[in-house]
Write a protein that binds this ligand. Structure first.
Ligand SMILES: [Zn+2]
Ligand SMILES: [Zn+2]
Length: 374
């Protein structure tokens, strides 16, 4: 029987990944041993790396692919330049692929970088062969982006922008600091390889390694270590269930610099209409998932009926208290917004609100304690 034929290799990509990798992993250290690198090399590496990756996370991903906020044209141009510097195709192409990834996640026939096809494929393999030759230039799922002149300008001049930023920026730094080869290696090759692979980890590792606190309907995981290297994108389990949220790490202690950056732009008047998921939906998803995982653990044990019944009861209580608390919270916000209630009535509502809140928190503590036992 003949093996299924693989699509042809995209030699441009193969050579690009290979050459930059050799430059970064072999030539850059060798040159360093011969000539040494100074502080400015490392400072500019961090600056350029951050510029590239944040343009992808805050620009390509959260702004254009998911429309989680709106950005001023100046910001959009900066992201377009940073995205070309990151050498990850145009924002239009990237977003189109990414929207398909979300829509058909883990579907080996449709998801362009399906994690179910293995680490190598989802990390880099999907770019080495012409897997989507029929739909490569189909941007039908990005009609909204085609109305954004920055997106279309970048798409049209992508190659030129990519060459000018990737060669021009390190070259300019090399002239300023009088080490052209050193800067081309560090800010050119090493920065590009680091930027590429840390971004690629979101398609590969973030679908393999980590926890699933919100859903297990897809392979996406939450992983704090990955979040550290990916400017906050490691909270991928949350992201796949609530993709319209401008945050990926929703708690203050979760490392999500992309979220902090977008929020800072908001304070500066450069970003608006930041979208967040209603808290009730997040809590419901988390509770349902924890319940499901606990039942699965219990199913593996004998004589589990009593524990299961107790867990069921606690879960029902939790959902009820959760709904009561958040419903009243919503009601109060609405009434406040429209100035609907008198002072007296409002204070009564607030008393009720505090009561429901403490009941919900107590139930949540009880629920968490129960989860640790089963
Ligand atoms: Zn996404
Ligand atoms: Zn994903």
């Amino acid at each position: 029987m003949r093996a299924v034929e693989k699509p042809p290799l995209i030699w441009l990509n193969v050579l690009l990944f290979l050459i930059t990798f050799v430059l970064a992993a072999v030539i850059t250290p060798w040159y360093g041993f011969q000539h040494g690198y100074a502080l400015e090399h490392w400072v500019w590496l961090v600056v350029a790396f951050s510029f590239c990756n944040l343009s992808i996370t805050a620009g390509y991903h959260r702004l254009w692919s998911h429309k989680t906020y709106q950005a001023h044209p100046v910001l959009r141009v900066i992201f377009a330049l940073g995205g070309a510097f990151a050498l990850q195709n145009s924002a239009l192409h990237w977003s189109s692929d990414h929207r398909v990834h979300h829509k058909h996640v883990d579907n080996n026939d449709k998801d362009p970088y399906s994690a179910k096809r293995g680490f190598w494929f989802s990390h880099i393999g999907w770019m080495l062969r012409n897997y989507n030759q029929d739909t490569y230039n189909d941007y039908g799922n990005c009609r909204d982006l085609q109305k954004d002149w920055v997106v279309m300008w970048q798409h049209k001049h992508y190659l030129l922008l990519a060459i000018v930023t990737n060669i021009g920026i390190p070259l300019l730094l090399g002239i300023v600091y009088q080490d052209i080869i050193g800067m081309l290696l560090i800010v050119g090759a090493l920065r590009l390889v680091l930027s590429h692979h840390t971004t690629f980890f979101i398609n590969s590792l973030a679908h393999i390694w980590g926890k699933q606190p919100y859903t297990d309907k897809n392979t996406a995981r939450d992983n704090g270590v990955l979040a550290f290297f990916t400017f906050g994108e490691g909270y991928h389990n949350f992201h796949h269930i609530f993709e319209n949220d401008y945050r990926n790490g929703i708690y203050w202690w979760q490392y999500d610099p992309t979220k902090w950056l977008i929020k800072s732009f908001h304070y500066l008047g450069l970003a608006e209409k930041l979208r967040i998921t209603p808290q009730i939906k997040i809590e419901q998803a988390k509770a349902k998932q924890a319940f499901k995982q606990a039942i699965e653990r219990l199913d593996a044990r004998p004589d589990n009926k009593d524990v299961k019944d107790a867990l069921n009861k606690e879960f029902e209580q939790l959902m009820k208290k959760l709904n009561d608390y958040f419903e009243l919270k919503k009601q109060i916000v609405e009434q406040k917004r429209h100035n609907l209630v008198e002072k007296y009535e409002r204070s009564l509502l607030l008393i009720r609100y505090r009561q429901l809140k403490s009941e919900f928190k107590a139930q949540q503590r009880q629920w968490n304690a129960m989860l640790t036992c089963c």
